[in-house]
Design a protein around this ligand. Structure first.
Ligand code: S3P
Length: 420
């Protein structure tokens, strides 16, 4: 466990780790492409290491030197392999589509948390392209058998970048054209990176069309992950002033800024630029008095991973906030509606679960206490932020899961968090 003190002021300039979604894709797509690519500022968290491990098992060559990776794609994939995806939903879902596209016979599996998450959401749309994907009662292990793929139209009922990407990766090898639509646009890193690698892909609002293509390796300079920066941005809003450098601000990922606008958080974007097809900026956030907000379904995908933190900010705001249309949170690394509500209550706040979200009665301050991570990295980091901003601090139980997306989170905080 980690003992976390409360602080009066939290300020500083921070370089955050590379974007998890972009790193996964840079490793996987280059691992299946012609040529060699260099990926810089890659996130070396456990989830992305799972993607490295799986791509190596399939035959890709990956050299790791700090946060720089050299990836050489393989023209011939190993078959009949068992791919351990660890805790990573992105690895298992994208690789299922990748394996179906490349005609690879594979078993994909993971840890207890991953094994409890729904996999029919990828198996079913892939089967519409003719893929042979079997789940285990809707869960991992997932088994892929080679089959001929034929392009199809797939209308997803939920907005999911993981499912969309799986279909696009299969569509890359299918005869004819594949069209994927989703109700609200989810993160589009796959579309951007595949286009940069030479794929025949076209985007029209929430519809993406892809045709059979060969990918050419592309170097990727990974921006800092806004989902990781969000913890430091929030500490700026609660306790002082923070500047997060070189953060990815792809518009499908900036829901946290929408939440800040509504909460009344003062922030500015500086030094905006484009790096490797993704916009980045330095984000300055200043201490702000926050008021209650309402968030609904159309706003959720762009802040899906930040919602536990947004709910926490609502607990520090004035008035009653309501977040709905977020049922997807129930099938993340933990049931994040339940675990976030418990976290806020354990800090002394007032949060009621809805089937698809939360009602949070903001108290402007929280007492602190003991919170559990439930072995979910985002809950652990949200808990730490809540304790730092609380009146008396407290303890995070089972904090090591931060390593999934942010291995040096507690060091970067720079506060005297004690390991017990
Ligand atoms: C991700 C997509 C999101 C997100 C996850 C990463 C991705 O999941 O929650 O952390 O890299 O594609 P869904 O696509 O299932 O919403």
């Amino acid at each position: 466990m980690k003992v976390i003190p409360s602080v009066d002021v939290f300020e500083g300039e921070f370089e955050l780790p590379g974007d998890k979604s972009v790193t996964h894709r840079a490793i996987m797509f280059n691992g299946g492409a012609e040529g060699e690519a260099v990926i810089t500022n890659a996130l070396m968290g456990e989830d992305c290491l799972s993607t490295c491990r799986c791509m190596r098992s399939l035959g890709a060559k990956i050299e790791i030197d700090g946060t720089t990776l050299r990836v050489q794609g393989t023209p011939r994939f190993r078959r009949g392999v068992a791919l351990n995806c660890g805790n990573s939903g992105t690895t298992i879902r994208l690789l299922t589509g990748f394996a179906a596209g490349k005609g690879i016979e594979a078993k994909l599996y993971g840890d207890d948390s991953l094994s409890s998450r729904p996999m029919n959401r990828v198996a079913e749309p892939l089967s519409r392209l003719g893929a042979n994907v079997q789940t285990t009662d809707g869960h991992a292990p997932v088994y892929v058998q080679p089959s001929e793929l034929c392009g199809a139209r797939v209308d997803l009922k939920i907005a999911s970048a993981q499912v969309k990407s799986a279909v696009l990766l299969a569509g890359l090898s299918a005869e004819g054209e594949t069209v994927v639509t989703e109700p609200v646009k989810s993160r589009d890193h796959t579309e951007r990176m595949l286009a940069a690698m030479g794929a025949r892909i076209a985007v029209d609002n929430n519809a993406v069309t892809i045709k059979r293509s060969t990918l050419k390796a592309v170097d990727v300079c990974v921006p800092a992950d806004i989902s990781s920066a969000a913890y430091f941005m929030s500490l700026g809003a609660l306790k002082g002033e923070t500047l997060c450098k070189n953060v990815g601000i792809n518009p499908t990922r900036t829901g946290i800024l929408t939440a800040f606008d509504k909460l009344g958080v003062k922030y500015s974007l500086r030094n905006k630029r484009v790096s490797g097809g993704e916009e980045t900026a330095d984000i300055l956030v200043q201490k702000s008095n926050m008021q209650a907000i309402t968030l609904t379904a159309a706003e959720i995908p762009a802040m899906i991973d930040e919602l536990p933190l947004v709910a926490l900010l609502c607990a520090f705001a004035e008035g009653e906030s309501r977040i709905t249309g977020a049922r997807e949170l129930r099938v993340k690394e933990s049931d994040r509606i339940q675990t976030t509500a418990e976290l806020i209550r354990n800090l002394g706040g007032d949060c009621r679960e809805l089937d698809d979200g939360f009602v949070i009665r903001g108290k402007k301050t929280l007492a602190g206490g003991t919170v559990d991570s439930y072995l979910d990295h985002r809950i652990a980091m949200t808990g730490a932020v809540g304790l730092i901003a609380s009146q008396k601090g407290g303890t995070v139980l089972r904090p090591d899961c931060c390593a999934i997306s942010f291995p040096d989170f507690f060091e970067k905080l720079g506060i005297q968090a004690r390991q017990v």
